[in-house]
Design a protein around this ligand. Structure first.
Ligand code: ADP
Ligand code: MG
Length: 608
């Protein structure tokens, strides 16, 4: 039989140290942590027993028991769950590989300046939190997969002892944790204290928690309770320690569906974008329970990718119990549930857009990209479902609007949904064209996220209205008369425009006159599929650097600069065009070709 003394891993030591020396006043949360571990352990056993009933040979009367011993100053928490083998104890208790404590350590490091006070209580700090109240912990555990019991103990210093023993205790299966309480934590040995703590933090644990003969909890998981009996605070608390967030969620949906399809879902939207949300490490999915048995933690299938920011739990009695995780992948019942959840979420979100725009904007600013990616995904097959969840800022009142709102306000003779894209909304607002459009009473969407235009392109139309960039070369602002004037002007200046085009060569596709440029002397627009904004975005994605917009240099015929151009000799014209072109690049947010040469040319002209 093995017997060892091991050092804790560095990260664990750090956490332990924090706990041992904690001045945190709300130490009581250790009990919630140990009870939730006990409940998790029973969950695991029940799940594995679905395919291996042999594991239950020592009974299926699942329970958690708590015992106090004032004389020996110990508090004991015992469960008849899955227990741990020797190796598992080393793995699980010796290191912090686990979600809760790991997330805590990260948050703690991040938030040091705010002190530990704010986060310990809200986080699942896990097993080690017991060292806030105990100066020694003994853990006895028996796995149904091993003949031997494992005895683990530590004083919360740098090391722990671990040994295998014959089953000397009455522990047939499961884990018993004995806390040797610190002098200042002896009040946790009072029965009333324990029962009130269980009521407060662990009431909805779904296995009975006993102290002596007395049952301390109601055993009903939160999601199974009646909505009207659940307080906002209970919803929030449950969220924080189930999903390891230290902030209240933004909102929750609680669906209880009955009929041919039966399930309960409790779904949350976090307030902020998790750090790893847009990384490969992020795993989406909802927790899945069936007939109160925990089946899996992140059932991807239950939530579509564009709602991957949502966290939650689905509980259904419809699944047959001899399911394995593989079968879950092609389970019809789950498929139906997931479709139904998606539909319900979509409806709820649309309601939110109408009823609590502020809240939806918070969601949008944290996770809107996920929905926009959804529109573009799979050649746009989801766009029908998602189009009414999109919001964009608009020139109407500088507020977020839905496409529906936009279309409803459209002028009678307006055929297209107008947009302008660029990162800085202030710059967009000050575009000369914007003023012209405003005067005409036309609303323009500001597409300020670099993926917005791709989303719009994927959408193609809304309510049979196409989208049109006000920077597109074929965007017409004019009535017949001005159009004619323009055409004449273009005709008159044709030779000049051709000269300019030749000077710029391949850099641009065309030179045009545009009297809608307001006070600007020149500007850029694009024709074809790729807009200027798209070129800018694509240029940052490796491999796409060479995808270029077909650029059009637009000159303002009403600007004094235009007179100057007309009357210049070849050499001056060359310099002026160079300056105007580079200036326009700069205004559009592209790098200038050669800033030194640009400065030289400007100075040359200025000193003439
Ligand atoms: P977490 O619960 O977030 O995984 P903890 O620090 O609370 O983190 O627990 C660490 C690990 O120790 C658990 O993941 C589990 O593998 C194991 N463990 C803790 N308590 C028990 C228990 N009562 N029975 C079986 N395993 C346990
Ligand atoms: Mg835990």
């Amino acid at each position: 039989m093995r017997k060892q003394t091991e050092n804790f891993q560095a990260e664990t030591k750090e956490l332990l140290n924090l706990m041992v020396n904690s001045i945190y006043t709300n130490k009581e949360i250790f009990l919630r942590e140990l009870v939730s571990n006990a409940s998790d352990a029973i969950d695991k056993l029940r799940f594995r027993a679905l395919t291996d009933t042999e594991l239950l040979k020592d009974g299926s009367d699942f329970k958690i028991t708590i015992a106090t011993d004032k004389e020996n100053k110990t508090l004991t928490i015992c469960d008849n769950g899955i227990g741990m083998t020797f190796d598992e104890v080393n793995e699980n208790i010796g290191t912090i590989a686990k979600s809760g404590s790991k997330a805590f350590i990260e948050k703690f490091k991040e938030a040091k300046e705010n002190s530990e006070i704010d986060i310990i209580g809200q986080f699942g700090v896990g097993f080690y939190s017991a060292f806030m109240v105990a100066d020694k912990i003994t853990l006895l555990t028996k796995s149904p997969l091993s003949e031997l019991t494992v005895l683990w103990s530590s004083n919360g210093d740098g090391s722990y002892n671990i040994e295998e023993t014959e089953n000397s205790d009455d522990l047939k299966r499961g884990t018993k944790i004995i806390l040797h309480m610190k002098e200042d934590a002896l009040d946790f040995l009072e029965d009333y204290k324990i029962s009130s703590l269980i009521k407060k933090h662990s009431n909805s644990i779904k296995y009975p928690i006993f102290m002596g003969e007395k049952k301390l909890n109601d055993e009903k998981p939160l999601w199974k309770m009646d909505k009207k009996d659940i307080t906002e605070e209970q919803y929030n608390e449950f969220y924080k320690h189930t999903f390891y967030d230290f902030e209240d969620p933004l909102l929750h949906f609680h669906f209880k569906v009955q009929g041919s399809l039966e399930y309960t879902a409790l779904i949350y939207v976090p307030k902020r974008t998790p750090m790893d949300f847009y990384s490969r490490d992020y795993k989406r999915g909802l927790q899945l329970y069936s007939k109160n048995v925990f089946i899996m933690d992140k059932a991807e299938k239950l939530i579509p990718e564009y709602f991957s920011f949502m966290k939650g739990i689905v509980d259904t009695d419809n699944l047959s119990l001899n399911i394995s995780r593989e079968i879950l992948q092609q389970n019809d019942e789950l498929e139906k549930i997931s479709k139904n959840i998606e539909k319900k979420i979509t409806t709820e979100l649309q309601k939110l857009i109408k009823e609590d725009r502020e809240k939806y904007i918070t969601l949008w600013e944290a996770f809107g990209r996920s929905i926009k990616f959804g529109v573009q995904d799979m050649y746009g097959i989801y766009k029908g479902k998602l189009k009414d969840l999109l919001i964009f800022k608009s020139s109407f009142e500088d507020k977020y609007v839905t496409l529906k709102e936009y279309v409803e306000r459209m002028k009678e003779d307006q055929k297209e949904i107008l947009y302008v894209s660029g990162e800085n909304i202030e710059v967009l607002k000050s575009l000369p064209k914007m003023k012209v459009l405003k005067d005409k009473g036309l609303e323009v969407l500001y597409l300020t996220d670099r993926i917005d235009e791709f989303t719009i392109k994927a959408l193609m139309e809304y309510d049979e209205k196409q989208f049109k960039s006000i920077n597109a070369s074929d965007f017409e602002l004019d009535d017949e008369k001005t159009k004619e004037e323009k055409e004449n002007l273009a005709k008159e200046n044709k030779p000049l425009l051709e000269r300019i085009k030749n000077l710029l060569g391949e850099k641009i596709a065309e030179v045009k006159l545009n009297n809608g440029l307001g006070s600007g002397a020149a500007g850029l627009s694009a024709k074809g599929e790729i807009s200027l904004e798209m070129e800018r975005t694509l240029s940052e994605i490796p491999g796409n650097e060479n995808i270029k917009a077909e650029k059009i240099l637009e000159l303002n015929p009403n600007h004094p600069m235009f007179e100057k151009i007309k009357n210049s000799d070849d050499e001056t014209l060359k310099d002026l065009i160079y300056i105007l072109y580079n200036q326009s690049l700069m205004i559009e947010g592209f790098p200038m070709e050669n800033p030194v040469e640009f400065a030289d040319k400007v100075n040359k002209i200025l000193s003439k």
